[in-house]
Structure formats: C-alpha cells, structure tokens
Design a protein around this ligand. Structure first.
Ligand SMILES: [Zn+2]
Length: 325
C-alpha cells in the first residue's frame, strides 16, 4: 500500500518493451502514472542484457520515487512478440528474448510478481480499463504503425489462442497475389496498410517520376517517410499521398467489416503512429466502408474510435493485466 495525499493506493509497474526503446512507469491502481522512464533497447545484444535493462528500469523507478518494494503489487510486461501462458517468449523478431521465460527471470531480479503478454494485446486492454474502450466488453484494437498490430477482447477477456499467438490481424492474407509481407507471407493486411507498405507504394510512384510535395521533404539521405510527413502531404492535398492513403484507409475499412463479421465487436479502436498522424483523413473512409456493410446493416452500429492512451496504452494495459491477476 502506498499513501499519497492521505489516499491509499496499490502501485504497479508497467513496462513496454520495444525494438528501439523500453518505456516503463510506476502506476497507481487507478491508472494514474506516478513516474515514467524511457531507455534505448540494448542493441545487438542477447537476452541477458535485455532482461537486465528491463529489471534496471523498474528498479530505477522504485528508487527514484522512494517507495518501498513491498508497496508494489506486481509488474506487467508488454513484449513485441508471442508470449505463452507460462510467461515464455515463443518468438520476438525485433528483440532478443525468444525462448526466455521473461516472468521468471524478472521476478527473480525484482522479487515481485511478474506477468507478461503481447504488447498490442496489452494495449487494447489498457484502452478497455483506462482509455476510450471503457465500459465495452467486446472490442477490437487495430494499431497501425510501421507494421500492424491488433488485439481482440471478447466478453472482457483477451483472445490469446492456443499459443498466445491469436489476433495477428495484420497478417491475415487479403490478396494471395499481393505484395510480400514482413512475416514472409504474401498479401497480408500489413503489406497493404502498414507504414512501410504505404512508403513502398509512394516510392514506386516517385521512382516513376510522379511529382509530390514529399520530394521537397525527403532529403537525399532520408530513408524513412514518417507518419508526420504523410500528414503534412495530406494537409497540402498532395495527389500522390492522398491517393495512396485513401487506398490504405479503404482497405483498413474493408478489414474492419470482415473483422466485425467474425467477432461482432461493439467498438473498434484504431491507434498507432499512422492513425495518430493521419486519422482525421482516414477515419471517414473507414467509417464509410462499415456503413455500407449490407450483411450487418440491421444490427446496432459498431463504433470506431481513436486510441486515447497513445504511447501509454501498453504500459497501462500491463498494469490492468497484473491488477486482474
Ligand atoms: Zn504478414
């Protein structure tokens, strides 16, 4: 128990492990962030370094805030990969943790209870307990950043599947003859609407000599077309970027229609860097595709909302995951 202005609170630690950075926060049981920290992920190193970085950032949060370890009820960790029910990381392509029982290792270091799950699954759990999906039981979260991550909540519970690998909506094949995906398959949703796919489509057109405001924004050494650059081009009504983004938005909308038929959610939460930057442009197309759905037209509307928690969704979801036990 932790006292703050005379109020008693249980404290938790939420960690969001990414391929480039590890973010963590000390969080009250009501979802209020007390202290947050961010460090670069250890580059080109093994599981030992990653585990010690995660334990280190948690220890620093506890020490910096000057709280007793026994007032921390637990730590939740979001991993960019597949985590089984025992806390073992089955696969994590962007960070060296495959085969590691992350819960056991971190628990040994911190001496507090530790739970771990996929980062995007925890993101939608965060939105359910502390964000835009509060009060909803059946929710799908779709996060479009460089890739496309997703999570599905059915009757308040995360859909994990038999290996903890469910809800990989980004890798459902929507066109078997479509472009190659980051996962090795062909024609996945991510290969059409992930930021890297949007960038690929734009660059194909630029190489063909098509004019775009991006030509001025892209200095020769610049290798990435960031979401904010896409948003600037959209504001400038750039025809190339507008066309590519409209196509991506419509495909996302079609995916939402298919997902609605499979899961029948009340709410679909959209988030991630592409949506944060370009959501205003994309959402009307996505809503329009859902509105045109004839099959479910007699059912009450499935709402579309933008993520409220942004960068903190996974951290807060990890806390909600721990809090529920
Ligand atoms: Zn794929």
């Amino acid at each position: 128990m932790w006292y703050n202005n005379g109020m008693k609170h249980d404290l938790y630690i939420g960690v969001d492990v990414g391929g480039t950075k590890i973010a963590a926060a000390l969080v009250k049981d009501n979802g209020k962030i007390v202290r947050r920290k961010k460090i670069p992920s250890p580059a080109n190193s093994g599981p030992k370094e990653v585990i010690s970085a995660i334990s280190g950032i948690a220890e620093e949060l506890i020490a910096d805030e000057g709280v007793k370890k026994r007032s921390i009820k637990g730590a939740g960790i979001g991993i960019p990969g597949i985590v089984d029910e025992h806390g073992t990381v089955v696969a994590s392509p962007n960070i060296s943790l495959s085969g590691v029982n992350i819960c056991k290792e971190i628990k040994e270091n911190l001496s507090i209870p530790v739970l771990a799950a996929n980062d995007v699954n925890l993101g939608i759990l965060g939105e359910k307990y502390f964000g835009v999906a509060k009060g909803y039981k059946d929710v799908i979260g779709i996060f479009i950043g460089t890739g496309l991550g997703a999570g599905v909540l059915i009757k308040d519970k995360l859909l994990l599947g038999s290996h903890g690998a469910a809800s990989e909506i980004g890798h459902m094949i929507i066109d078997p003859n479509g472009p190659k995906c980051s996962c090795g398959n062909r024609g996945c949703l991510e290969a059409h609407v992930g930021r890297w796919a949007i960038e690929r489509d734009i660059r194909i057109q630029l190489r063909k000599g098509r004019n775009s405001v991006l030509n001025a924004l892209l200095s020769p050494g610049r290798r990435v077309i960031k979401s904010k650059m896409l948003a600037r081009a959209l504001r400038a009504k750039d025809p190339l970027v507008t066309g590519v983004m409209k196509k991506a938005a419509c495909i996302t909308g079609d995916a939402c229609v298919s997902l609605r038929h499979i899961f029948d959610p009340r709410l679909i939460v959209l988030g991630g860097g592409v949506i944060e930057a370009c959501g205003n442009f994309m959402l009307p197309f996505i809503r329009n595709r859902l509105a045109k759905d004839r099959f479910f037209s007699k059912l009450s509307k499935c709402k579309i909302a933008v993520s409220q928690l942004g960068d903190n969704a996974t951290i807060l979801g990890a806390v909600a995951f721990c809090r529920k036990g």
